[in-house]
Design a protein around this ligand. Structure first.
Ligand code: ADP
Ligand code: MG
Length: 249
């Protein structure tokens, strides 16, 4: 295994929707085993950057490498958590049913999970405290529990790089604390998290690195350096910027 195995590399990454650029010439390295917050105003390209890692966005220019591999060859390593509002929480499926989906597409629908797959599902549910909720419909879970189900599915998949789009949005305070705790423990286990974020207080508590986007890359690196970036204020949603200015006084 080469030294590059543990780097997520963006080289001149450019993505357009029609003629409009959503990302322009983004070049950066993200070391694996770190928690990185992706910051930037609405429309900065945060979601686009996450989806591009999965190979879902055709690049106009440039390339993304996961270790030495192109995304399509690294898919089992990558798990994506969409924004909560993008999920149909009324879909009739149990907690365990969702977590088992982590074993697809390795599992075809006419074959039940192997012993090994079953134990991977068990371990993922155990780690996220879902064992007792195994048979419950996802529509009957709290927001925090729903989020944990999707994290468990990602673990069952065997992923080690987690792409999370606004994972704290819509969670109550207790659920936010719980998720913060989970992500910090993941870093200690060498897992990599890339999360689009806008709450700087949470970013400070949880993340160790930052990427500031505004279609182009504005700053990246250790969190403190990114948060010291003068253009950060301009990059925040107005409410958050006002809160920051208040806190700095
Ligand atoms: P963010 O997640 O930072 O808010 P996005 O990655 O969603 O930003 O969007 C980046 C830019 O691409 C924005 O200008 C947005 O309007 C545009 N965009 C995003 N998704 C689409 C789409 N499906 N079709 C057309 N334009 C899009
Ligand atoms: Mg977004």
């Amino acid at each position: 295994m080469s030294a590059n195995h543990n780097i997520l590399r963006f080289r001149d990454v450019t993505v357009h929707y029609g003629r409009q650029p959503a990302l322009e010439s983004v070049t950066l390295d993200i070391p694996c085993g770190s928690l990185t917050a992706i910051l930037g105003p609405n429309g900065a390209g945060k979601s686009t950057l996450l989806r591009a890692c999965l190979g879902w966005m055709p690049l106009t220019r440039g390339e993304i490498l996961i270790g030495d591999a192109h995304p399509e060859h690294a898919l089992p390593r990558l798990a994506y958590l969409p924004q909560r509002h993008a999920v149909d929480w009324d879909f009739p499926i149990t907690v365990r049913g969702v977590v088992e989906q982590g074993c697809y597409p390795a599992l075809s629908f006419w074959r039940s999970p192997s012993e090994q797959e079953r134990s991977r599902v068990d371990r993922a549910m155990e780690e996220l405290g879902l064992t007792a909720l195994s048979g419950r419909q996802i529509s009957r879970l709290s927001g925090g529990q729903q989020q944990r189900v999707f994290l468990a599915r990602a673990l069952a998949q065997g992923a080690d790089i987690f792409l999370l789009d606004e994972p704290f949005s819509g969670l109550d305070l207790a659920a936010r604390d719980e998720l913060a705790h989970i992500l910090v423990s993941w870093e200690a286990q060498g897992r990599t998290v890339l999360a689009a974020m806008h709450d700087l207080e949470l970013v400070r508590r949880v993340f160790t690195r930052g990427v500031l986007l505004s279609t182009r890359l504005v700053a990246d690196g250790p969190l403190a350096a990114v948060l010291a970036e003068p253009s950060l204020q301009a990059a925040l949603p107005p409410r958050e910027a006002a809160r920051q200015a208040e806190a700095a006084r």
